[in-house]
Every structure is written in structure tokens, then in C-alpha cells.
Design a protein around this ligand. Structure first.
Ligand SMILES: [Zn+2]
Length: 243
């Protein structure tokens, strides 16, 4: 399991990352202008003694969207400073499960984390995958060394965060009209790959006991850990063991 590799920066289609950052900047500007207009309307209604609930809800949606996008921009800037290489393939053709628009995977040949995006997935999809990339950089998610699948730290909160970023860029999550609708059950319904993800946060500090409780039934290798007396050790302590 790959937890703490070494490498470089963002490579590949960096122009697409620039395009995402420009779009993100424009969204922040237009949401901030919208917030000024909303505040004027709120003030007027307060002066008239009228309810401002609906306008306040719009204001809070707008602020949440700006926060998501600022978080994304901060992640991108941190990825550029990372010692790990993240390689953007923006014209990717899926080879495995059908209906997949993008993926973030470990590439055993290059040592890079490949961020693979189909042409139609676009910058909103890139926002989703770069969110996973930075989750990896922080030790919140991981990848199998074979590069095929995500590792034991992948959980539903990782996906929820990525879908909320995607939504903040284009609002395009099937039938969802607000950020708050992108919750646990919604995310599980978006892909069969998400159906059985752990419902709680897993990170590299997660106790092996916790990983065992969730994954022990699906990967017998993990059952070794509690019997080795490592139950109170964390996943990062176990890096020297192979999963
Ligand atoms: Zn995802």
C-alpha cells in the first residue's frame, strides 16, 4: 500500500489546471458580486420589517460555494509545492469499469499519481480528482501499489468532499440542486464503486484495529495485525509491512 512516496509536482496537461484556476477565480468574483446584491436586498427587507429567510439561505449557499472553491485553489497551490508528482492526463479513455469519467491512481511505472480525466469530464471533473490528489498528499486517502485501486483509507467522506468541489465548479451532479444534498446516501448512489466505502474518516493515523474492523472481512491479510499485537498501532506505523 502506498502511503508516503517521494516525487515531484504537477505535470502533464498543466494548461487545464490553469483553466480550472481561472474559472474558479471568475466564480469567486461573480459570487462575491452576488453577495453584495443579496445583502442590499436583505437590508431593504429588514428596513421594511419583512422576512429575509430565503435571501439568507441564498447568501449562505453562495458563501459555501466560495469556501469550496477557495479550498480547491489552496489544494492546487499545495499540490504544486508537493514533493510527489501529480500527472494530469486530460484526454483519457477509460479501460475498466464503464461509466467512469475520471480517476486518480498510482502509476507504478513512473511513480507519479496519475489524474486521469475524459475529455467530457472537463474542469469540474478535474476539480473532483485534484481534491483526491490532495487528500492523498495529506494522508487522507491512499492507493494500491499495483495502481489499480484505491487503498484502505478511501472512505465516503473523501468522495463527498470531491463531489462538493465538482458541484461548486459546475453545479452538475445528477439531479442535485444544492451542496447540502451531496451527502452520504447521495454519494453512494452515484457509483457502484462507492456503495461499500467506510462511512467514517480514515487517514494514515487510523488505528489498525479500526481498519481491520472494516476491511478484515474483505482482505484476510489485515487479520494478521491484531494477532501480531499491533492493534493499537496506526496505519502509518505499519508502512514497513506489505499489505
Ligand atoms: Zn471520487
Amino acid at each position: 500500500m502506498l502511503v508516503d512516496p517521494d516525487g515531484r509536482k504537477i505535470s502533464g496537461d498543466t494548461a487545464m489546471v490553469d483553466k480550472l484556476e481561472n474559472a474558479a477565480g471568475s466564480i469567486i468574483k461573480s459570487e462575491e458580486a452576488r453577495q453584495v446584491r443579496l445583502q442590499k436586498r436583505i437590508d431593504k427587507r429588514i428596513a421594511k420589517g419583512k422576512s429575509t429567510d430565503k435571501l439568507e439561505a441564498k447568501m449562505s449557499d453562495s458563501k459555501a460555494r466560495v469556501d469550496e472553491i477557495k479550498g480547491l485553489l489552496s489544494d492546487i497551490s499545495n499540490l504544486r509545492k508537493s514533493t510527489q508528482e501529480y500527472h494530469i492526463n486530460s484526454n483519457w479513455t477509460p479501460t475498466g469499469v464503464s461509466g467512469i469519467d475520471g480517476e486518480t491512481v498510482y502509476n507504478p511505472q513512473t511513480g507519479a499519481i496519475d489524474v486521469n480525466i475524459t475529455a467530457s469530464y472537463g474542469i469540474a471533473g478535474l476539480a473532483h480528482e485534484l481534491t483526491h490528489a490532495f487528500q492523498f498528499d495529506q494522508g487522507l486517502t491512499d492507493f494500491n501499489l499495483d495502481g489499480i485501486n484505491r487503498g484502505y483509507l478511501h472512505d465516503i467522506t473523501d468522495e463527498q468532499a470531491a463531489y462538493r468541489r465538482q458541484f461548486a465548479i459546475n453545479g452538475g451532479i445528477k439531479g442535485k440542486s444544492s451542496r447540502s444534498q451531496i451527502a452520504d446516501s447521495c454519494v453512494r448512489g452515484l457509483s457502484t464503486q462507492h456503495t461499500y466505502l467506510p462511512a467514517f474518516h480514515m487517514n494514515k493515523k487510523a488505528p489498525l484495529q479500526k481498519l481491520f474492523m472494516f476491511h478484515g472481512t474483505i482482505n484476510l491479510k489485515l487479520t494478521y495485525y491484531p494477532s501480531f499485537g499491533h492493534a493499537i498501532k496506526s496505519y502509518q506505523d505499519a508502512k514497513k509491512y506489505s499489505f
